[in-house]
Ligand binder design. Sequence first.
Ligand code: HEM
Length: 180
Amino acid sequence: MDAQRWKLPAIIAAVILVGGTLAGILWIGANKLEGTPGFFGPAPLIADINLALEILLVAGLTFGFFLARSGNIDAHQYNQTTWVLLNVVLVAFIMAASMQDVRPAKMADFAEARIGITWLHALAGSFTVVSGLWIVLQMNGIVPKRWRIKWWKNLMRATLAGYWIVALGGIATYYFWYVG
Ligand code: HEM
């Protein structure tokens, strides 16, 4: 496959998906629509958008894993870069701000399922985001040579597992916030 031929369409798709999501979140915020009813049922709109996009991106990252396995390394690079950046937008513009709703007043508050699960999710999520971002920067030649991780293939596998585990933790978070 001619990698150069796919580079421009891949960049355009990434800009539309990541930029479009960011613009959508900012628009929802500017019009104070975050709290309006969502489309899955009990949760507000912004949580349902987050949930739907996180499920889509974990599926997309998993698809990208198979692209690499089948030798489509350039497609793998473009694909993973897009989903990792989408995740960064969701963390920075939806999830980080929501942490204020689970601020513990005392240590014992972590025993409360909603608070404890959300913090565990946020901790594992932070490691996964940093690791995903590092791999993407290395993949795209932005990390200086001396900082490049040699065992990055194993790091990629562990990070993909991280996205799965954190997304499942996110579903548990959703449950304790809006259902249970
Ligand atoms: C690999 C990275 C991550 C994935 C795949 C992920 C996935 C999810 C999913 C699927 C949900 C349920 C939808 C929702 O309730 O909005 C969720 C909720 C949440 N996540 Fe994450 N997450 C990640 C990283 C993080 C990080 C780094 C933080 C903290 C800084 C965080 C904090 C939260 C919070 C507070 C919620 C509840 C948000 C709300 O409903 O308003 N997550 N996450």
